[in-house]
Design a protein around this ligand. Sequence first.
Ligand code: GCU
Length: 580
Amino acid sequence: MKAVFCIVLSLLVNAYGRGGTDLGGKWHYIIDPFDVGLGKGLMMDAVPADKHSFFEYSYTGGKTLMVPGDWNHQDPELRWYEGVLWEARHFAASPSRGKRQILYFAGVSLRCDVFLNGVKVVSHEGAFTPFEADVTELIREGDNFLAVRVDNTRHPDSIPALSFDWWNYGGITRDVFLIEVPEVHVRDYFIRLQKGEKDRIVADVQLSVPDEGLQVGIEIPRLGFMKTLRTDKNGHARGSWKVRGLERWAPLAPMLYEVTLFCGEDRISDKIGFRDVAVDGTAVSVNGTPAFLKCISFHEEIPWESRRACSPEDASVLIDAALELGCNAIRLAHYPQNEHIVRLAEEKGLLIWEEIPLWQGIDFSSRETFRRAATYLEEMVGRDRNRCAIILWSISNETRPSPDRNAFLLDLLEEGRALDASRLFTSAFDGVHYDSDAAAFRIEDDPFAASLDVVGINKYMGWYAKWPGDPSSLQWEVLPDKPLVISEFGCEAKAGIFGQADVAWSWSEDYQVSLYRDNLEMFRHIENLAGVSPWILFDFRSPFRQHPVHQDYYNRKGLLSDRGEKKKAWYVMNEFYREK
Ligand code: GCU
């Protein structure tokens, strides 16, 4: 099969490997609830021209926020703020001649316009994918002024849409770099094991210029591997080679190789794993071995500080908690999470289900919404396709069949497969119901579900749905010829409440234990079960969750509380995974 390598986007891949200037730190901010900042000139830091001039808007001397970081947790007045807010800072630069200056944002929520020295250089929609601007012509020797108009207002035709069960954090929530690269540099690459093979490496490399005949070097010292390629008229080079002694990356056995690409004066190194993933009957197999996904879902959040996770240390908190639970896989709910999390998971040997935030309530009739979804998918795949730990791209969560939705998602799936033919595609569905005539759980016919490699089922038996019978006797007839992952199950429990093991509204840990035991018993009878992913690792923030006594804007389905305490159900899940 001709593997397609498309230049996903003009994005610089592996920005973290470029060692750019970190523009994080204290940024000034101005809240702009009436969105007047453009007219007020907030793209510049006002200074009085003479003794007659005055101004009411300027940054210097004002309040500051830490970047990366959401604004909600940094200023009590911004806990619920939804709207426009400007963040800005001065920075000194000393651009080298003949080099390109790339301004790179790892993520801004939910959308933004970026101004450098008063000139708009880029706009971006989507909180969870990176973007950049080439500012070579604008950057100055010495002082520069960078201003970002951030807007976290929700829109009905956005991805996600008007409502979602997580906090609508706003701000420059991820890293910002100024990266200097040679005129001719490695812009994008995709290096992987040839699908279906054990010892053939494939490399696609895209340079920043569409020049033919340029030489690209690829070095993997640990394999004694050193090859050179020539670019075609698009500046793209491809090669594939059999290699000896290749140790494949595997779950909890994360073999990563230092790979260096170079062209002219440009060099970029990355840690690359080589593995194969496929569907094998109703199992997901990695390197030809069925791998039951002992998974856990989590949000990109540090709950005890009510904030977005954004640093390598934050990534360790989340990944270590997944490893301690006994997982070999994680579901990054419900959006591409930051690169620290993805890369650390890969280094620790955790398989990854990664998804775009196409979450309920999507306007499937809008072509504008489709363009946004396709862009999200391109940006997620473009950023992470070199991360071998990712085995599943998921493109939707809890959508129901309809003509518009079927067409939208089938088109999106086609886009995804064109972007990356090397991975499995999935989605999570909540349409499973108990069919008493058939005495089995079933799902409505769905041409989109039928087109996926793996199917995720979100099913809250004992919480949103009452048990129709004894869990050990219940049968499932849900897409029996496909691998099925229980992508969500569980219930709420507030840490420290005990007893009433049969009372849902008790919010007790003992009810959560009985529910987990019942669900795990039922899962044992699902013939095509390929994995489970409890919802969720930690209690997390959500505007939906307003139970006057138990929630306090936390969804409390965590196996760990918002303080990181293990609830009793954590031990039930840990035992299940240790036995698997
Ligand atoms: C849904 C949804 C989650 C949500 C969960 C819940 O299945 O996918 O995002 O948090 O249910 O209701 O807790």
